[in-house]
Design a protein around this ligand. Structure first.
Ligand SMILES: [Zn+2]
Length: 137
């Protein structure tokens, strides 16, 4: 007996990649042991319905092969998540740099404005002192 993925198009509701949770027919999966000489004691996934309806095409998967595929899928997902985190960190750092730069620019602008006001005030005070001094002497 071999694993068949051709019937998955007939029952597209359930994913049968890696470790399956349901058969294509919607029935839950059970584990069974094979009893032929070449695969004695080898475990496989199958639904209960398949046991009674041997002519129908139901999901069949060797557990050892399914576990290896599941591990590869988890590894691939882990790599995608790690890449997503790296990209997210880069975007956050870029936004942070932008905000810091804008903050510095705003503070510099405010300091320039205050310096202008202070300069004008000093010129006015100097002029007043100059005029007062020339009048009192
Ligand atoms: Zn089934």
């Amino acid at each position: 007996m071999t694993s068949s993925s051709t019937s998955s198009a007939r029952f597209p509701r359930f994913s049968t990649h890696g470790v399956p949770t349901r058969c294509w027919c919607g029935e839950g999966i059970t584990t069974f042991g094979y009893s032929t000489v070449e695969n004695r004691y080898r475990r496989f996934y199958r639904c209960e319905i398949a046991r009674d309806r041997k002519t129908e095409n139901h999901l069949f998967k060797w557990i050892d092969e399914a576990l290896i595929k599941e591990i590869r899928m988890v590894d691939a997902k882990h790599e995608r998540v790690a890449l997503g985190i790296t990209k997210f960190e880069e975007r956050v750092m870029e936004k942070l740099k932008e905000k810091v730069y804008l903050g510095f620019a705003r503070v510099a602008q405010e300091m320039k404005q205050k310096l202008k006001i202070a300069t004008v005030a000093m010129v006015v005070v100097g002029a007043i002192v100059g005029i007062w001094t020339s009048l009192t002497v």
